[in-house]
Design a protein around this ligand. Structure first.
Ligand SMILES: [Zn+2]
Length: 530
């Protein structure tokens, strides 16, 4: 055929197939996006979204497709995408991790149910036909140097277009990615490939190394006769500089300001998102050496405190304990089943309602309680606090941050801080009620910070090396009751609170607060010791 006598360069073939996959494979994705972002008001964003997908797909293909791999990879993607597109368009199937697991466990007779005239048409027109073209077309073999140069030029152009697109619509993209999480499941073939890698990875990981038990020498060696009672509160996305206790000009900490609070004014987080920071906070491994495969496969500080003989309880009102509480008592406060304060969102203060009963039931044993709070979880800040905490106005009343001004976003966020201030004051009240029989302390540390429009950024989760200060400068407070203040030297803690500190210290500080001895303990990292 005349058509196939034409020659095409590798780069042009990649761009052509990249565009073809983006256009034909993402009908459902764009259809669903249009339901959230009507075309008439958002056509520029929708056009940018198309460019976003195309540049992303093409850039990835440029990295993996070379002389010997280009045809097999492109043909594989075309055939797979045609099947995915058919399933998504007609059955609304999305290919997440579970679906892939499912697919591998399905027998062939079930697949035969999916064959229809329509499926054959999809497979032929979107899969076989373009694959035949890719297979037959002649590729120009430029010299290696010319070939790499051409590839580099196109690659850099794609990256620049990608960055410009994302930055020009940054407000849209942050809300879009957060609030419409399920939409990404429809991105073809990227999400399928991502899920496949995740599936294979989890298969390998589960069969990998056994759990590493550490700290079996942990024992309690208390410096006082009283029962020790420590409540460790994990904050969510709480910025240090939005606390009036640290000098913020709006009064966001009216309750904490009345207490003798020690504020760690230069605390930085381990990660920029909950999934990384939370397990890292409890891990012996510091930020430099932490990874999920190592950290989650190893005893954490809660395991050590529990092994030493204290009662350890985790109350959850965020997403999950991220495996930290897998081996200690865990209670889920995210539903009204046990959280008495849900209106309709289950409030952090609900975790305190029946906590006294638990404390009383421990027969005088030392107690460490962890509260994983919902705190300032974005972008729907306005949902994070009861109505009477709507003090700073006007607020952003939608999870689509692009519809709000930065002032409205900041006001809603500051109301969440105001509510956190109240919750922490209630924790302190609970501890005060136990002061007669306990040496009590509260320790509060946020998991990471939050961007509120600085430099055009919102929310959190930037790669650590390029994360702005707002995302890693976290709020951290400590409060000790009178008897605890006789065991620990508050002045030393106050001195430490003025210095730069990191979440690497939490493992050792919690051991210190509970008077747990082990050879893993490092005095230099304990915030209560000089
Ligand atoms: Zn978080």
């Amino acid at each position: 055929m005349q058509f196939f006598s034409k020659k095409i360069s590798q780069v042009n073939l990649i761009l052509f197939v990249g565009a073809f996959l983006t256009i034909t494979g993402n009908f459902t994705f764009f259809e669903k996006t249009l339901q959230v972002y009507p075309f008439s008001e958002n056509w520029l964003f929708l056009a940018s979204l198309f460019l976003f997908l195309f540049t992303f797909h093409a850039a990835i293909l440029l990295i993996v497709c070379y002389r010997w791999t280009i045809k097999p990879i492109l043909i594989f993607l075309l055939l797979v995408s045609s099947v995915l597109t058919y399933s998504t368009n007609n059955y609304g199937i999305v290919f997440d991790h579970n679906m892939i697991t499912n697919t591998f466990e399905t027998d062939t007779s079930e697949f035969s149910d999916l064959i229809s005239i329509q499926s054959i048409l999809y497979f032929s027109l979107l899969g076989l036909l373009p694959s035949y073209f890719v297979w037959k077309v002649k590729i120009i073999n430029f010299s290696l140097k010319r070939q790499l140069w051409q590839r580099l030029k196109v690659f850099l152009t794609l990256i620049v277009v990608f960055i410009v697109v994302v930055l020009s619509f940054s407000k849209y993209y942050t809300s879009f990615a957060r609030e419409n999480r399920d939409l990404r499941l429809y991105i073809t073939p990227t999400y399928f490939l991502y899920s496949s890698v995740k599936y294979i990875d989890s298969q390998i990981e589960t069969s990998a190394k056994p759990f590493k038990v550490i700290g079996l020498d942990a024992t309690i060696n208390k410096r006082s006769d009283n029962r020790r009672l420590v409540i460790f509160v994990i904050g969510e996305a709480a910025r240090r500089d939005h606390m009036s206790i640290n000098g913020y000009d709006l009064k966001t900490n009216p309750n904490l300001e009345k207490e003798d609070i020690i504020s760690f004014k230069e605390m930085t987080s381990c990660g920029t998102d909950t999934a990384l920071s939370v397990p890292c906070m409890f891990s012996l491994l510091g930020r430099d050496s932490y990874s999920h495969s190592k950290g989650k496969n190893m005893s954490n500080v809660l395991d050590l405190v529990s092994h030493a003989g204290a009662s350890v309880l985790w109350l959850e009102n965020n997403s999950s304990s991220k495996s930290v509480a897998d081996r200690v008592e865990f209670r889920d406060y995210r539903t009204s089943i046990i959280n008495p304060i849900c209106n309709p969102e289950c409030r952090d203060e609900g975790m305190l309602i029946n906590l006294q009963n638990y404390i009383d039931q421990q027969n005088g044993k030392d107690v460490l309680i962890v509260l994983h709070t919902m705190g300032s979880h974005g972008p729907a800040y306005y949902k994070r606090y009861p109505e009477n905490f709507e003090v700073f106005k006007p607020i952003c009343k939608t999870n689509q941050l692009n519809e709000c001004t930065d002032t409205e976003i900041r006001n809603a966020y500051d109301n969440t801080i105001l509510y956190t201030d109240y919750v922490l004051s209630q924790v302190i009240e609970l501890l005060k009620r136990n002061s007669q029989v306990s040496d009590a302390a509260m320790f509060y540390v946020s998991d990471h910070g939050e961007s509120l429009g600085e430099g055009g950024l919102y929310l959190h989760g930037m790669p650590y090396f390029m994360a702005p200060d707002e995302q890693i400068d976290v709020a951290a407070f400590m409060w000790l009751d009178d008897s605890m203040s006789r065991v620990f030297d508050k002045n030393i803690i106050k001195e430490n609170a003025k210095l730069p500190q990191t979440q690497d210290s939490l493992f050792h500080t919690l051991l210190g607060l509970m008077d747990v001895e082990t050879e893993l303990y490092e005095k230099d990292l304990d915030l209560t010791v000089k």
